[in-house]
Design a protein around this ligand. Structure first.
Ligand SMILES: Nc1nc2c(ncn2[C@@H]2O[C@H](COP(=O)(O)OP(=O)(O)OP(=O)(O)O)[C@@H](O)[C@H]2O)c(=O)[nH]1
Ligand SMILES: [Mg+2]
Length: 625
C-alpha cells in the first residue's frame, strides 16, 4: 500500500489537534467526541503535551478499519487504490518544541496551520524555519476562517513574507494554501468554494506529499530510526520511528548502530505495532516508508539506527535540544509531610524519575546527591507537567526554585573561556497604551527590542531576553495588560552571559504560627500583599501565605482572631470582605517562589514555604552566607 507521512505543525492553539481529529473522523477512524488529546492533563488544559501518531486510510473504507488486500490493490470495480497516511500531531507550546524538531526529521511534508485572525506567531516561525531547513515543502492551511475577526488576506501576506524572511526556496514559496474550519471538519481550496468536508485537503495531501513507500526501497536492506520513545508496563521501552528502507519481521535479530562506530549492539525485536487510527495494531511484518513502534530493545535511543545487516551505515543522528533550567527535587519534610501523599520516600521518587527518563527525552536527571535529585528541563511548563503528573499518581515532594543553566565554552577568537546562558525570543501583542510600560519593564530585565510592528490598535514587539531576566514576568504581564495582551516565548539558544540583572522584587509574607487562617487576620493582611491562601486554610510556621509589596519578607500571624469584647460597637462589626486570593498552582508557584523557599507539592495541595521554618533559623542562615 502506498504510504505518506506528514506532521501537523503550528503555533499553540491554532487548531492542529482539531484538524487531526477531523481527519480521523471523516475517514471513519474515530467516533464523534473522541480526540487525539487523550491524556488527562491534555484534556483539562486543552493543549497537546506529547506528540502522537495516528493514521488514516484514504479513500476511506466504509468500516473505518485497515483495508483489505483487495482494497489496497484497487478493487475490481476500479475503485481508487487506498493510501495510508501517517499523521503526527505535534504540541504547539514552546517548551515542547524539541519534540517537534525530531518528528520533522522523519516525515516528508508538513501541514503548517495558521490562525486566520492571529496570523503567524513565534512558534509558527520556529517550526516553519526547521521545516524549510530540512528541505520540506509545507502545505499551508489557514484555519479558523469562520472567526468573525478573521483577516485572511492579511494572514496570507504575512505567511508569504515569513517564507521569504526565512529564505525559502522557490519551490517552497510556491506553496499550496487550503482554507479550513478544523473544528467543523471543512476544507476549501478557494474561499468561494462550497464544501462540507475535508476532501479538498485529503486530495491536496495525495497530490503534494511525496510517496514514502516503493518496491525499490522495500528491496533494500532494513533500516529504521526512532524519533520518539514510549513505554509499556508489560513490554518495556518502545521505539517509534520510520522504516527508511527494507522490510522487517517480528522476532528478527537486529543490530543497533549510532554515530559512535565502536558502539554496535545486538538485539531482538519482540513485538511490532503499526498505527491504525488512534490505535496501535500488532503486526508481524512492516515495510519501507511506514511509521511503526518496535518493542524488545530496552536501551534503544532516539536517532539510533536499527538494521539487520551490521555493515549498513548509521543514519545521521537526531539532535536533542539541551535543557535550559534546573531545580532540585527533595523528599517533603514540611510539618504537613506525608499527610496526603501515597508515595513519599526518596526511593519511590527516584524510581518514578527513572521511569520518566524512559520517555521524556528533553529531561536529564542527576541522581548523584544523597539529598536531592537535580532535574534539568526545557522550561517551566516542561517541569510543571512532570510534577503535575506525579502528584496525580499520588506522589508528594518539594522542589527548589528553578534556575537557568549556565554553560562554558572556549572562545575561538580569544581562546578564553566564555560563560553562556539561555536566551529567549519573546513576542508580545499588546494594545498601544501598555507598550511603554512593557518596554520599560523588559529593558530593565535586559531585554532588547528586535522589532516593532504597529497596525491600527495592534502592536507586535519582539524582544530577545536572557531566560534569567524573563523568569516571573508572565504573571506581571497578564496583570499589566489586564489580560488583553498575548505573550509567548521560545528559547533561541545559549549566548554570552549578560551580567547581573536586578529587578525590584516583592518579599514574602511568612506565617509565624501554626493553625487555621482566620478571615479577620487575612482581611488585615490583604492590603500588604497578594495572598496565596483563603480563610480556614491550615498553615504552619514558615509557610509563605502571600507576597509582601514592601519588597522584603515579613512574618505575620494569619491565625489571629479579633479581640473579643463585651461591648458591641457599630461599624467595627461590619462583615469583612476578602479579595479573592491568588491560588497557587505548580506553575504559578515555580514562578513566584524565591531562592530560600521550597514549593511543596502533594496530591491535594501546593504550598510555598521557607527552607528554614523559624525566623531564628532564617536569620542564622543568612548570617552564615
Ligand atoms: N472558530 C474556530 N475555532 C477552532 C477551529 N479549529 C479549532 N478551533 C478551536 O481552537 C482551540 C484550539 O484547538 P486545538 O486543536 O486544541 O489546537 P492545537 O493547535 O492542537 O493546540 P496545541 O496542541 O495546544 O498547540 C479549540 O478551542 C478549538 O475548538 C476553527 O476552525 N474555528
Ligand atoms: Mg494540539
Amino acid at each position: 500500500m502506498e504510504i505518506r507521512n506528514i506532521a501537523i505543525i503550528a503555533h499553540v492553539d491554532h487548531g492542529k489537534t482539531s484538524l487531526t481529529d477531523a481527519l480521523l473522523r471523516q475517514t471513519g477512524m474515530i467516533k464523534e467526541g473522541i480526540s487525539m488529546d487523550v491524556n488527562d492533563l491534555e484534556k483539562e488544559r486543552g493543549i497537546t503535551i506529547y506528540s502522537k501518531n495516528a493514521s488514516i486510510f484514504y479513500p476511506s473504507t466504509s468500516s473505518g478499519q485497515a483495508p483489505s488486500l483487495r482494497q489496497i490493490q484497487g478493487d475490481l470495480n476500479s475503485e481508487r487504490p487506498i493510501t495510508k497516511i501517517n499523521l503526527v500531531d505535534t504540541p504547539g507550546h514552546a517548551d515542547f518544541s524539541s519534540e517537534v524538531e525530531r518528528v520533522l526529521r522523519s516525515i516528508d511534508s508538513v501541514l503548517l496551520l495558521v490562525d486566520a485572525q492571529d496570523g503567524p506567531m513565534p512558534q509558527t516561525r520556529f517550526v516553519l524555519k526547521k521545516s524549510l531547513e530540512l528541505g520540506l515543502k509545507p502545505i499551508v492551511i489557514i484555519n479558523k476562517i469562520d472567526k468573525p475577526a478573521a483577516r485572511i488576506d492579511w494572514v496570507r501576506d504575512e505567511i508569504f513574507e515569513l517564507f521569504m524572511d526565512l529564505g525559502a526556496s522557490d519551490e517552497q514559496i510556491n506553496f499550496t494554501t487550503v482554507y479550513t474550519i478544523a473544528k467543523n471538519g471543512i476544507a476549501k481550496l478557494n474561499l468561494s468554494d462550497e464544501s462540507n468536508d475535508l476532501t479538498p485537503l485529503l486530495e491536496t495531501i495525495l497530490k503534494n506529499v511525496p510517496i514514502a513507500s516503493s518496491d525499490e526501497l522495500s528491496q533494500k536492506s532494513f533500516k529504521f530510526q526512532p524519533f520518539n520513545l514510549a513505554y509499556d508496563d508489560f513490554i518495556g521501552r518502545l521505539a517509534i520511528g520510520r522504516i527508511y528502507q527494507g522490510v522487517i519481521k517480528s522476532g528478527s535479530n537486529v543490530f543497533i548502530k549510532n554515530q559512535l562506530l565502536s558502539d554496535i549492539r545486538a538485539g531482538k525485536i519482540t513485538k511490532m505495532f503499526s498505527f491504525s487510527g488512534l490505535e496501535r495494531q500488532e503486526v508481524s511484518e512492516a515495510g519501507a516508508g511506514d511509521i511503526i513502534m518496535i518493542a524488545g530493545l530496552p536501551d534503544i535511543f532516539i536517532g539510533e539506527t536499527i538494521c539487520i545487516d551490521s555493515s549498513e551505515d548509521a543514519l545521521p543522528a537526531i539532535s536533542i535540544d539541551e535543557p535550559t533550567i534546573s531545580l532540585n527535587f527533595f523528599v517533603n519534610n514540611s510539618p504537613f509531610a506525608g499527610r496526603e501523599g501515597k508515595f513519599v520516600t526518596g526511593r519511590q521518587i527516584r524510581e518514578r524519575l527513572k521511569k520518566e527518563l524512559e520517555v521524556n527525552v528533553g529531561l536529564k536527571i542527576d541522581f548523584s546527591s544523597n539529598e536531592y535529585f537535580k532535574v534539568h528541563g526545557r522550561g517551566e511548563l516542561h517541569i510543571a507537567i512532570l510534577l503535575e503528573n506525579m502528584r496525580r499518581e499520588g506522589y508528594e515532594l518539594q522542589v527548589s526554585q528553578p534556575r537557568v543553566i549556565f554553560k562554558e565554552t572556549h572562545s575561538t577568537s580569544s581562546g578564553q573561556i566564555v560563560k553562556l546562558e539561555p536566551f529567549e525570543e519573546v513576542t508580545i501583542d499588546t494594545p498601544s497604551e501598555m507598550m511603554g510600560a512593557i518596554i520599560e519593564k523588559l529593558s530593565k530585565r535586559k531585554g532588547r527590542i528586535i522589532s516593532i510592528k504597529t497596525e491600527e490598535n495592534y502592536n507586535r514587539i519582539i524582544f530577545e531576553i536572557p531566560t534569567r531576566g524573563f523568569f516571573g514576568y508572565r504573571g506581571e504581564f497578564v496583570i499589566d495588560t489586564r489580560g488583553e495582551g498575548i505573550i509567548c516565548s521560545q528559547v533561541v539558544g545559549f549566548r554570552p552571559y549578560i551580567g547581573e540583572i536586578e529587578h525590584r522584587d516583592t518579599g514574602s509574607m511568612v506565617s509565624m504560627a501554626n493553625g487555621k487562617a482566620l478571615g479577620f487576620s487575612l482581611w488585615n493582611l490583604q492590603e500588604r500583599g497578594v495572598l496565596y491562601i483563603g480563610a480556614s486554610t491550615e498553615v504552619y510556621e514558615g509557610m509563605v501565605i502571600g507576597n509582601a509589596l514592601k519588597g522584603y519578607d515579613m512574618s505575620v500571624n494569619p491565625t489571629k482572631g479579633k479581640k473579643l469584647t463585651n461591648m458591641r460597637s457599630k461599624g467595627a462589626d461590619e462583615a469583612i470582605t476578602l479579595i479573592p486570593f491568588f491560588e497557587l498552582t505548580i506553575e504559578r508557584g515555580l514562578e513566584v517562589m524565591r531562592k530560600d523557599e521550597y514549593l511543596e507539592i502533594t496530591p491535594k495541595s501546593v504550598r510555598l514555604r521557607k527552607q528554614f521554618l523559624t525566623e531564628m533559623d532564617r536569620i542564622r542562615s543568612n548570617r552564615q552566607k
